[in-house]
Every structure is written in structure tokens, then in C-alpha cells.
Design a protein around this ligand. Structure first.
Ligand code: IMP
Ligand code: MG
Length: 173
């Protein structure tokens, strides 16, 4: 397996992050936010995004996974859960990529059961063709084709998360 074509450079990513932060700053003006990052994949996106959010915010994380290598198992496991009480608060769930939608849908329903005032979703990448469960993405970075990607937090077998760009991951020919 090799790192192939670069889809988004560090500059492309930062520009998009700032666009998304502008929208979020506009929509949440006057309120306070609980920003929740879904680890491990969203760690870079999350930290870059919150740097540009100008409204009062607290942060928290969920560690969840349904993937083994490049395949979803369809079953979402929670390895670390929120410490914040989100009841009656405005929550923004921040994810790296929406693929089948199973992970986000599962987490969304889980969080909604704790009665937040609002719950919105921000995802950097959307692999639309792969969607199995419909899940609303309120703030979306880029739509990408049905290719496995790595970098900027995204992994293959827990590697390549540190790459500053996002690239297609290919089987060697
Ligand atoms: P879903 O449940 O199928 O939507 O998968 C979402 C999760 O799978 C994301 O949070 C990622 O961690 C992981 N994932 C999906 N597609 C990719 C990819 O192309 N590269 C790396 N991770 C991916
Ligand atoms: Mg993820």
C-alpha cells in the first residue's frame, strides 16, 4: 500500500477550515458551544477548527471506532465517552470523514438521548457514494470520491495520521 495522489494540500485544508469556522461563528453568535471531537481521526481538524472559533466554548472528546484496516465492521465501539454534561447545551460534533454514516448516526442518537439544546455536525470530508445511513451534515468541508484516504488525522491501520495533507491510499500495482 502506498500514499498516492494528494487531494488536499495543507493550504487547501486551512482555507476550508477557516470557511467552516466563519459559518460556525456566524450561526452561534451569542451562544456558548460544546465542541466534541470524534477521535482519533478528527484530532487535527478539531484543533485547527477550534482555533478559529470566536465564541465561548468547552471541548470534549469521544473515542469511537468501527473500522479494521480499511473496512467498516458496521458495529460502533465507544472506547472513551464524554465527561461534559451536554443536557440543554448547544453541541457541535466534529468528525473527520463521513463514509457509510454508521458511526455518526450512532453517536448522534446517543448524544440526542441526553437532551442537548441543539446538536449539529461538522465533517471535513464527505464520501457521499458510500452512504448507507442518512445523517445530516450541517457544516461540510469537501466531498470526495469513493477512495480510501489518509493524512490530516485519517489513518490506515493507525498510521499516516501525521501527514499534513490528505492523499489517496492505494494498493501498490
Ligand atoms: P462510517 O461509519 O462508515 O461513516 O465511517 C466513519 C469513520 O470511518 C471515520 O470516522 C473514519 O475514522 C473512518 N473512515 C472512513 N473512511 C475513511 C478513509 O477513507 N480513510 C480513513 N478513515 C476512514
Ligand atoms: Mg473517525
Amino acid at each position: 500500500m502506498v500514499v498516492g495522489k494528494v487531494l488536499f494540500s495543507p493550504e487547501d485544508i486551512q482555507n476550508k477550515v477557516m470557511e467552516l469556522a466563519d459559518e460556525i461563528n456566524r450561526d452561534y453568535r451569542g451562544s456558548e458551544l460544546v465542541a466534541i471531537g470524534i477521535l482519533k481521526g478528527a484530532f487535527m481538524f478539531f484543533s485547527d477548527l477550534v482555533k478559529h472559533i470566536k465564541i465561548p466554548l468547552t471541548i470534549d472528546f469521544i473515542i469511537a471506532s468501527s473500522y479494521i484496516k480499511t473496512d467498516t465492521t458496521g458495529e460502533v465501539k465507544i472506547y472513551y465517552d464524554l465527561r461534559e454534561d451536554i443536557t440543554n447545551r448547544d453541541v457541535l460534533l466534529i468528525e473527520d470523514i463521513v463514509d457509510t454514516g454508521i458511526t455518526l448516526n450512532f453517536l448522534r442518537e446517543r448524544l440526542l438521548s441526553r437532551a442537548p439544546r441543539s446538536l449539529k455536525i461538522c465533517a471535513l470530508l464527505d464520501k457521499k457514494d458510500r452512504r448507507v445511513v442518512d445523517v445530516p451534515i450541517d457544516y461540510k468541508g469537501f466531498e470526495i470520491p469513493n477512495e480510501y484516504v489518509v493524512g490530516y488525522g485519517l489513518d490506515f491501520d493507525d498510521q499516516y495520521r501525521n501527514l499534513p495533507y490528505i492523499a489517496i491510499f492505494k494498493k501498490k500495482v
